[in-house]
Design a protein around this ligand. Structure first.
Ligand SMILES: [Fe+2]
Ligand SMILES: [Fe+2]
Length: 248
């Protein structure tokens, strides 16, 4: 039995591909076939696979049908969390998605799922992504303040969502927690954030995140052990489409 994670499949069996990088970077060539083959090698029916957001380029559910058909074919129990490109998923209508797709797919937004004696908690998260103003040496010397203000509001909303889910898990008696964010827990200017603070306050064992694409972005946030918790980036292109084992 194992818990695996990977994010950012960015499937587009039916929809328009909107990211130039996905056309140009060789890591994305036939990624659907390579990911399916890797999953079949690694994952058995009693394993759990968490897909950490950005599942599909579809602009609504009808444009995601073939993408979900593909995800359903992956081995194991499948839990999906929200990414910034998942236009089919209104957070307030998560129940509707679960009514449509369970038991094959579980959409995790508020509350928690259970893996062994762990609670799995998830939300999209948010981080300020610029624009930044850079000097000749590549150092950040400023940033767009109105974008930062907007980002701060979204960070606050996402932090509240996580807090509620963490409280629900604790109230149900779970003390071992894995937190899944789609966005990285900190942006390139930060060493800590409300997300790292929450992870510490609730003694989260691991913080799993995705969203960072391309070599230049892989080091945008924390990776490895940091103040007693393990931070791991699981974007699909970073993992070259091999799901990462989170727990045995
Ligand atoms: Fe993505
Ligand atoms: Fe993303």
């Amino acid at each position: 039995m194992g818990l695996y994670a990977i994010g950012d499949l960015h499937l587009h069996f039916q929809s328009e591909l909107k990211a130039q990088a996905q056309l140009n970077d060789p890591v994305w060539i036939d990624h659907e076939e390579r990911f399916m083959a890797n999953c079949k090698d690694l994952i058995s029916d009693d394993d759990t696979l968490v897909l950490v957001g950005d599942h599909s380029w579809g602009k609504d559910l009808s444009e995601c049908e073939e993408d979900f058909a593909y995800i359903r074919q992956l081995p194991g129990r499948k839990i999906l969390t929200r990414g910034n490109h998942d236009m089919f998923w209104d957070a307030k209508k998560t129940k509707k998605l679960n009514d449509l797709f369970q038991p094959e797919l579980t959409f995790l937004q508020d509350g928690f799922e259970i893996y062994k004696d762990y609670a799995l908690v998830a939300t999209k998260g948010y981080t300020f992504e610029g624009p930044y103003y850079i000097d000749q040496r590549g150092q950040i010397i400023g940033y767009d303040e109105s974008n930062k203000e907007h980002a701060d509001k979204l960070v606050k909303r996402e932090a509240e969502r996580i807090r509620k889910s963490l409280d629900a898990a604790m109230a149900a008696g779970y003390t071992k927690i894995i937190l899944f964010l789609h966005y990285p827990p900190t942006n390139v200017m930060e060493k800590e954030s409300v997300f790292t603070d929450l992870a510490a306050a609730y003694h989260v064992e691991q913080v799993i995140y995705a969203h960072c694409h391309g070599e230049r972005r892989f080091k945008d946030s924390i990776q490895g052990m940091y103040k007693g918790r393990l931070y791991r980036l699981v974007s699909g292109d970073y993992l070259n489409w091999e799901p990462l084992k989170i727990l045995d």
